[in-house]
Design a protein around this ligand. Structure first.
Ligand SMILES: [Zn+2]
Length: 158
């Protein structure tokens, strides 16, 4: 296993029932969101980090995408339509590439209330979602902590 490339490692892991059972045990599906929240370790970008074994770590959402798309080519990046990098819901994940992902990020970042505007940054936001998923702390509380003043006071334009 240690000789597998990162892409082959994802394909291998996605096909293993024992690995995927361990993976999904780290995913919470709270009632307050359609997002499936990663409850394990997080990267600085707010992505889940999943230890496959033998020192190999993968980005959780890449593995969630592979598990839902057996036989397909490993994408350059997996993007989140929900803008929550800790989300593992395959319905929210899309295969993409770096250039379109960057363009979408900057386009959506300007939208008031977007998760991308969370002033704590992606990792702290993911930590807050993880806390809400694990402890039952109300989502409105954990998310309000990260709203910028502009987002908090934003009035609809119509
Ligand atoms: Zn989501």
């Amino acid at each position: 296993m240690t000789r597998l490339s990162p892409a082959d490692l994802l394909v291998w892991a996605a096909g293993r029932d024992d690995v995927m059972a361990r993976f999904w045990a780290r995913v919470a599906r709270p009632e307050w969101t359609d997002c499936w929240i990663w409850t394990g370790a997080l990267s600085d970008q707010g992505h889940g980090r999943f230890w496959i074994g033998e020192g190999r770590v993968v980005i959780a959402d890449r593995l969630a995408w592979m598990a839902a798309h057996h036989g397909q080519e490993v994408p350059e990046v997996v993007t989140h339509d929900c803008d929550n990098p800790c989300c593992q819901n395959p319905d929210h994940l899309r295969a993409g590439d770096r250039s379109t992902n960057g363009l979408e990020y900057w386009a959506r970042r300007g939208v008031p209330g977007s998760p991308l505007n969370d002033r704590r940054g992606a990792r702290k936001r993911a930590e807050a979602l993880r806390e809400a998923a694990l402890t039952g702390r109300p989502l409105s509380e954990v998310l309000a902590d990260g709203l910028s003043d502009v987002d908090r006071d934003q009035e609809p334009l119509w």
